[in-house]
Write a protein that binds this ligand. Sequence first.
Ligand code: MD5
Ligand code: FE
Length: 202
Amino acid sequence: PPMDLAGARLFKGMLDRPTQEALVSALRDVVSVAPFFHPETRWGKQMSVRMTSAGRLGWVSDRRGYRYEPRHPTGAPWPEIPDLALEVWRAVSGADRLPDCCLVNYYGDGARMGLHQDRDEGDFSFPVVSISLGDDALFRIGGIKRQGSTQSAWLGSGDVLVLDGPSRLAYHGIDRLRFGSSDLLRDRGRINLTLRVVEIAP
Ligand code: MD5
Ligand code: FE
């Protein structure tokens, strides 16, 4: 059974090593069409995490702010979401439709993600499903207010996290990586896949 993490469900080690390797291989195809880029914030500061997306919509950030877009910054449409990722969604989401965005985050040595909420999607009744691959990362989750207590847990390769109910709008972030802790990725580091329903009516 999953572990409870401030209302989120954490399935430790849900994906075995061959499945993780197959996902990484599918992601190499995604990244060849839609290369990782360093998003810039509205204030011109580069994020330490590199990103790309698959699906009808992808997440982008630049000096105009952050938003979902149907195209990669190069102008090309995003590639399709890998079937294996959709399979994970079907297994754990309980949702009656598929996600339209698969955000792909890459954390190199020293990359982190500050505490934030995910609230740019159209319907918060759909869960968010997060898949961790590669190095261990220290995940932090609090409540729906920025102040208040938080809980931390290490996310390892093959772990799947489901955020629904009250946890869907919880503040969360990645404090740090144990860089080099996994040999799944040739260059080390961590990839996180985040599957989301962005549009109310596809
Ligand atoms: C990551 N990514 O590990 C995390 C995993 C992001 C992001 O946070 O926005 O790209 S997704 C974790 C998540 C998503 C939605 C809600 C909550 C957590 N939550 O309420 O805790 O790269
Ligand atoms: Fe987030």
